[in-house]
Design a protein around this ligand. Structure first.
Ligand SMILES: [Zn+2]
Length: 379
């Protein structure tokens, strides 16, 4: 049994900017399975903090009862740098101010960092190959630069995530239902996770184009397997981005149930024993991320939605009217914003003033859209 609170000082680049990153390790460290969970990488997305607050409580009780069969590492608030990003009385937190980097983009390509050096050392035994790659990942993570606060921060996170068997990154959308992003090779596991979390959609892409945190961990194994087809290289990591609804959906009762259901999923994975918790439902099957339309505003205006979250729509249906705010037709004309595909509306804009190309809705369809190439994410 073991539960420790850890912290890492992130030395500020300027006076007055040092901060601390807190995290927990719960469960037997010799369990042979490591589960890594983090929330609020986009610091303005906070439902996951409350989900992990409740999950931590459940895990601590399970640890005291000797019911954990995995080591859990939790970063309930993984981005203290972003939590300090207050601008004119409003919290921001999506981008690093110094570099302009979206906090969930441009995580390093592990294959580019390590692949060539590993290919020649792989052998005929899958378990040996996993151990070899993981050891190389740990060495690489340890040696990452730690000059700026941003680098110290990523060094700490990467160092904890790089050898985990499960990497779950908890985010939220603007105004949305629960949904999941992952890679196609994990479709079966993601179906189970969707069933437990009540996800309205599970969208799969091996490379969404943004270098998001959850994608870099499976990517190195998938690329190695492709580059070295004669060597047995499994995919030993279950990784995803779990979107816990919208920015304003931080509620004790709701997120406590989310934690119970996540706990139930880990029980079903064989990582926690004891009394069964949570409730498994039946979620829709995963779909190709390229079949999800990111509906955009054609110009600035005020959105008057015609659909609710969860509505099924057909291509050409009216998703919203855009009340025109300028020009000859100001406050008179309403421009219809139409669905470009058939599917389920899983997200909308929480504030209704939008500008050209701003996000209006995500519509999860089943037909891959020709327009969906390159960066598949909304920003
Ligand atoms: Zn996010």
């Amino acid at each position: 049994m073991s539960c420790v609170k850890l912290s890492r000082v992130l030395a500020g680049d300027t006076p007055g900017r040092s901060t601390e990153l807190y995290y927990y390790r719960v469960g037997p460290t010799d369990a042979g399975v490591k589960v890594y969970l983090q929330a609020a990488l986009h610091a303005d997305e906070q439902p996951g903090i409350l989900v992990l607050h409740h999950l931590l409580s459940l895990l601590r009780a399970a640890d005291e009862a000797g019911e954990l069969d995995a080591s859990f590492v939790l970063f309930p608030m993984v981005n203290p740098l972003g939590m300090g990003d207050i601008e004119f009385g409003r919290h921001q937190g999506r981008y690093d101010r110094g570099t302009g980097i979206n906090h969930n983009r441009r995580w390093p390509s592990l294959y580019d960092a390590l692949g060539a050096s590993l290919a020649d050392r792989l052998g005929a035994d899958a378990a040996d190959n996993v151990a070899l790659v993981r050891a190389a990942l740990r060495d690489w993570a340890d040696a990452l630069p730690q000059n700026t606060a941003f680098e110290q921060w990523r060094h700490c996170i990467i160092g904890e995530a790089c050898d985990a068997d499960y990497v779950f990154d908890l985010h939220c959308d603007n105004d949305a239902l629960v949904h999941i992003f992952s890679v196609p090779q994990l479709a079966d596991n993601m179906q189970r996770l969707a069933d437990w979390t009540g996800a309205a959609a599970t969208m799969l892409a091996e490379d969404s184009g943004g270098g998001s945190f959850d994608e870099v961990w499976p990517a190195v194994w998938l690329r190695l397997a492709r580059e070295c087809p004669q060597k047995p290289i499994p995919l030993p990591v279950v990784s995803c981005t779990l979107e816990y609804r919208g920015e304003f959906d931080t509620f004790d009762e709701l997120n406590r149930r989310d934690a119970e259901n996540l706990y139930g999923y880990f029980q079903a994975e064989g990582l926690i024993g004891g009394k069964a918790r949570g409730r498994r439902g039946q979620a829709p099957a995963p779909t190709d991320l390229r079949a999800t339309e990111m509906l955009r505003a054609p110009r600035a205006g005020l959105l008057a939605y015609c659909v609710e979250l969860g509505d099924e729509v057909n291509k050409g249906d009216r998703i919203a009217d855009l009340v025109v705010l300028d020009g000859d037709a100001a406050f008179v004309e309403r421009l219809p914003v139409l669905a470009g595909t058939s599917g389920r509306v899983i997200s909308r804009a929480i504030t209704k003033y939008v500008w050209r190309n701003a996000n209006v809705a995500k519509i999860v369809g089943t037909e891959v859209l020709e327009s969906r190439v390159g960066n598949l994410l909304s920003d």
